[in-house]
Design a protein around this ligand. Structure first.
Ligand SMILES: [Zn+2]
Length: 450
């Protein structure tokens, strides 16, 4: 068909510049690759096996070989996953596991826990404090436990991690809520007995198995899921802050591209599915959106922050814990407020700040100090600012930071805040941007059946 061919040639000729432009756009260099869920899962399994793997592979110019020990790590997310606990313990060659859980969890899951062969259940006292960590470590030694399993929330998991890793015991984590990224992480957050932040402990080894039972998580109060969304929300922005300053991550070394990409996938997943997951959680049902958000909260966020870095949002959370009135609010709820503070402190665009504030309001996360029980006056906030900027806090940038980057306004200058803590926080509260985008917003009630 000559006419057709001519027509086709003519069309090709006329659209060529457009094609070139499209091709250029397609091949434009991107600093951070976008991930599909499938690719993210395979990268996640690599980092989960060993957080330093990718960095070591880079250093060894491809000569690094996979070790057989990585085959032991498992991360499972599905309804009924708790039923695999006994099998996972056996797979790790253990027969006398110590199972740490609080009394409410023990009562609710008695049947499944009693089915774990050789298990001794030890009640959790409620705080991931040095005393509680020592108590669990001593109990494991006295009963000659050959593995530790934690079934519960973030603090019981962190206590189990801090007891198991120094004793070189296999560790299985079964989160009953998706309120933090603690299940996946090798990091332990240690608190004082009064609930205030004490220190981070990083063990360099992730749990041997994580069993995420979405049916159990869906039965928990939805506030836990929302808090987990707040914790996951921080991962992307803290990864960006860390990457822009080349700060050393918890896993050691500079932020990894894989960690930054997982952090962004976490943010995109939460934005796309967060509200739907909340509605599913309110109804106690497991939907595809609910499962994706549970994965974002517990896996993507955990790997993201370990391999890409923490920044101001978590430091501000830690600072807020000095106020007793914040103790009734969950980790992720305070971190969400830290994210908004980070965006303002970094001078991010109004559009982005609006986007995050709107998301927080839609999903039910705090957007003001009042939302987390804090009366915003300078006297109250001064100790918060001091604690948020304490030496070693994640708000600080790398010591190798160049002067040029310091002046780039891409991150907070903590020295100024330390010197003028109260006034800086007052300025933060009274900042025109905060006043218009946060302070005057009203929370719209969420419908349980929407
Ligand atoms: Zn966190």
């Amino acid at each position: 068909m000559p006419g057709g061919r001519r027509g086709g040639a003519s069309e090709r000729t006329s659209t060529r510049p457009k094609d070139l432009a499209g091709r250029r756009a397609r091949h434009a260099p991107t600093r951070i690759p976008r991930l599909t869920t499938a690719r993210a899962s395979s990268i996640a399994s690599l980092i989960f096996s060993d957080p330093g793997l990718l960095d070591r592979r880079r250093r060894s110019a491809g000569k690094y070989r996979f070790s057989r020990r990585w085959a032991r790590y498992q991360w499972v997310r599905k309804p009924g996953a708790l039923g695999r606990l006994g099998d996972e313990v056996a797979r790790l060659n253990a027969s006398q596991p110590l199972v740490l859980c609080d009394l409410a969890v023990q009562e609710a899951l008695a049947t499944q826990l009693e089915a774990v062969h050789g298990a001794t259940i030890v009640p959790f006292n409620g705080e991931a404090s040095p005393g509680e960590i020592t108590r669990i470590g001593d109990a494991a030694r006295d009963m000659r436990a050959d593995a530790i399993a934690a079934v519960g929330g973030g603090k019981s998991m962190d206590t189990a991690k801090a007891a198991a890793h120094p004793a070189r015991l296999p560790l299985v984590i079964v989160p009953t809520i998706a309120s933090t990224d603690a299940p996946t992480s090798a990091l332990v957050v240690v608190y004082n007995d009064d609930g205030s932040f004490l220190e981070y402990r990083f063990f360099g080894r992730n749990p041997d198995a994580v069993l995420v039972d979405s049916e159990i998580i869906a039965r928990a109060p939805v506030r836990f899921l929302v808090a987990g969304i707040g914790d996951g929300l921080s991962t992307h922005f803290e990864a960006q802050a860390s990457a822009s300053t080349r700060k050393v991550t918890m896993a050691g070394g500079p932020p990894l591209l894989a960690g930054i990409a997982l952090a962004r996938l976490c943010y995109e997943t939460l934005r796309a599915d967060g509200v739907a997951a909340r509605h599913a959680g309110e109804l106690g049902v497991v939907t595809a959106a609910f499962e994706r958000v549970v994965e974002a909260n517990t896996l993507l966020s955990g790997l993201g922050f370990e391999s890409a870095g923490l920044a101001a949002a978590h430091a501000i959370h830690n600072g807020l814990t000095v106020l007793h009135e914040t103790h009734s609010y969950w980790h992720g709820e305070k971190v969400a407020f830290g994210v908004l503070s980070l965006l303002v402190l970094e001078g991010r665009s109004q559009e982005l700040t609006d986007e995050v504030v709107d998301f927080c309001l839609r999903v039910g996360l705090p957007v003001t100090l009042e939302d987390i029980g804090v009366h915003a006056d300078a006297e109250t906030l001064a100790p918060v600012a001091t604690a948020a900027c304490a030496e070693g806090e994640t708000i600080h940038m790398s010591r190798s930071q160049s002067r040029r980057t310091w002046s780039s306004q891409r991150c907070w200058r903590p020295t100024r805040l330390v010197m003028n803590g109260a006034s800086s926080w007052n300025a933060l509260r009274c900042c025109p941007r905060l006043a218009c985008c946060i302070g005057k917003r009203t929370r719209e009630p969420m419908s349980a059946t929407a």
